[in-house]
Design a protein around this ligand. Sequence first.
Ligand SMILES: *Cc1c(COP(=O)(O)O)cnc(C)c1O
Length: 227
Amino acid sequence: MTRIKNSITYSKAKIQEYEAKYSRPIGSVNLLAVSKKHSADSIREAAKNGVINFGENYLQEACKKIDSLKSLGLIWHFIGPIQSNKTLKIATNFDWVQSIDREKIATKLNEHRQEHRTPLKVCVQINLSNEDSKSGISLEKAEELCLTVNNLANLELRGVMSIPTPELDFEKQRANFAELKNKFLELQKKFPGMDTLSMGMSGDFKAAIAEGSTMIRLGTAVFGPRA
Ligand SMILES: *Cc1c(COP(=O)(O)O)cnc(C)c1O
């Protein structure tokens, strides 16, 4: 468990270092700890060390942890692919959904989010043309989906999320993130409530910070390898 504490200290120091290096305001990059395949105890340890935002991909696993950690007041982000029969549980158990990639999912999440609660905060997931993954909407169609989401009363459009193809080379990583940043800036003009550019994982978060990420999603860097 001291490993998690040390990893968080190290990650936060790196975030600050790269914020400074790329003239980003200190504190402008938020840390989302991706806790999929890690235990409730590991999450508790991360929370003890100041992490508030957690990301999960697998619904059943996530709901158990969310339930057992209720008293901690954590903020939960769903970041995995979404099947439409899972939208009820996602809309009731999570605070954020970052992986909206089609209208049907947006509409269903909106239907299932209870009106007396604060709207579900959402990001549209963008798939850059060079990605292998099937998740995410194309750059070209992102605006139309944002428009749909923006018109749904129980959803609050906050930004975009993406998982570019992993690259080892820093400049190649930056080039992908730059494309996303440009799209984000364009969308932000039309949807001024957007404040979240969720990009960068353990292997490429430095390049993501260089290109304007406001939320990096760290799994391995915080919790170690997944089983
Ligand atoms: C698993 C996952 C991460 C974390 O990946 P690491 O490489 O372990 O940091 C981030 N974002 C999404 C969407 C993921 O599924």
